[in-house]
Ligand binder design. Sequence first.
Ligand SMILES: Cc1ncc(COP(=O)(O)O)c(C=O)c1O
Length: 407
Amino acid sequence: MLDVNRIRSDFPVLKREIKGKKLVYLDSTATSQRPRQVIEAVSKFEETKNANVARSIHTLAEEATAEYENAREKTAKFVNAKEDEEIIFTKNTTESLNLVMRGWGEKFVKEGDKIVTTIMEHHSNFVPWQQLAKRKKANFEVIDIDEEGKLKEDELEKIKGAKLFAVSATSNVLGTINDVKRLCKIAKDEGVVSVVDGAQSVPGMPTDVQDIGCDFLAFSGHKMLAPFGIGVLYGKSELLEEMDPFLYGSEMIKKVDKNCAVWNELPYKFEAGTPSVNEAVGLGAAIDYLNGVGMENIRKHEEELAGKLLKTVGEMEGIRFFGPRNAKERTGLLAFEVEGVHPHDVAALLDEEGIAIRTGHHCAMPLHLRVGIPEGTNRAGTYIYNTKEEIDYLAEALGKIMKMLKG
Ligand SMILES: Cc1ncc(COP(=O)(O)O)c(C=O)c1O
C-alpha cells in the first residue's frame, strides 16, 4: 500500500496556501509536482558535477556524462527496453512523437498509404500524423469512441492495411485505459508500425514495452515527478537504425566533410545539440522515487481515487462526466461539465478555495468536438500525493459553486 501522508511530506509545494486556503493540487494530468528527492538530485548535480556531456575528457565532464547515461539506463529499465540505446532523450512527449513523424514517417510513408489514429488523442499524437498524411497525400483515418469513451470495437478494423497506427495508452480527458497490448498485436500481425503515446500512462502504471509489443513509446518527465524539459522516445533499435535524424548538429554527427556527413550511433544520432542534462538527472531521481513507491501501488492508488471521483463528483446532480464508469477502466482523472456554467468560471471559483484544476480542451479539440462541448471541460487530475479527503473537498466546493451560480 501507498503511504500518502509520508509521500505528501516529500513535496514542499503541497505545504503552500492559495488565497488563504490549503493548496489542493488536482492538475497533475498537466504536470506533476516534484518531491524533495528530485529537487535535491538536480541541485546536487548543479553544485558538484555540472559540465557538458560526451564532449570533454576532464573529470567533471566524465562525471556529468556518467550521470546522464545512468539516467538513460534507469529509464530503459523502467519501461523494460532491451537496450539503453533504445532510449532517446527529447524535450517532451510532443517532440518524441514529432521525431517519429519526421524520422520514420517522412521516410517511409508514401502517397496512398494509410495512417490511423483515434479521436481521443492529444493534439501531439494527432496533428503530426494529420499533417504528415496531408504532405504525403496519404489517407488519414480516425478510430471513433463509444458512449463510454472507449474505442469502438468494429472500428479497430481500420488498423488493418495501415502503414502506421498511433494511439494513446490512456486518454488525458476520458481517463480511458486502452488495451494497447491488444492494439499493438493487431498492428504487428498486419505489419503496421505502432506508436504509443504514454504521456499519461507511464506516470501511473507499470510499463513494459516488451509486453505491450509497441514499436515506439513516447512520454514526458514532467508528468512523472521529473523537471520540465526532459522527454523520452523509446524505439525498437532496428527501427531507430533505419530512421533519419530530424535535427542536425553537435554530437549527433560522427564524421563530416564539405560534402557529406555520417551520423553517430544510437541513441546520439537523435540527440542534436547540448541535451537536457540536469533534467535527465532529475528524471533518474524521479524514477528512483516511483520505483520506491512501486508502480503497482501507484496504479492501485489511482484506481481508488478514480472510484472516489466517480462516486462523489461524478454522481452530483448537474454534473456530467466523460469516460468509462468503472474505475478499473480508467486513470485517476475526471473530466466533467457543470451544466450551464462555463468551465473557466468553475476553475476560477475553485481557485478561490485553493483547488487547482485544469479547464479547456486539454489539447484534445477533436475529442471535445466529438462529444459536443467545444468550449471544453473541467478536469481534476490526481497523482500519488492526492487523498480521498481532497476529493471530498472538491465535491463540497463544486456544490457550493453550483448553489451560488444557479440558486
Ligand atoms: C496524452 C498526452 N499526450 C501528449 C501530451 C503532450 O505532452 P508534452 O506537453 O509534455 O509534450 C500530453 C500532455 O498533456 C498528454 O496528456
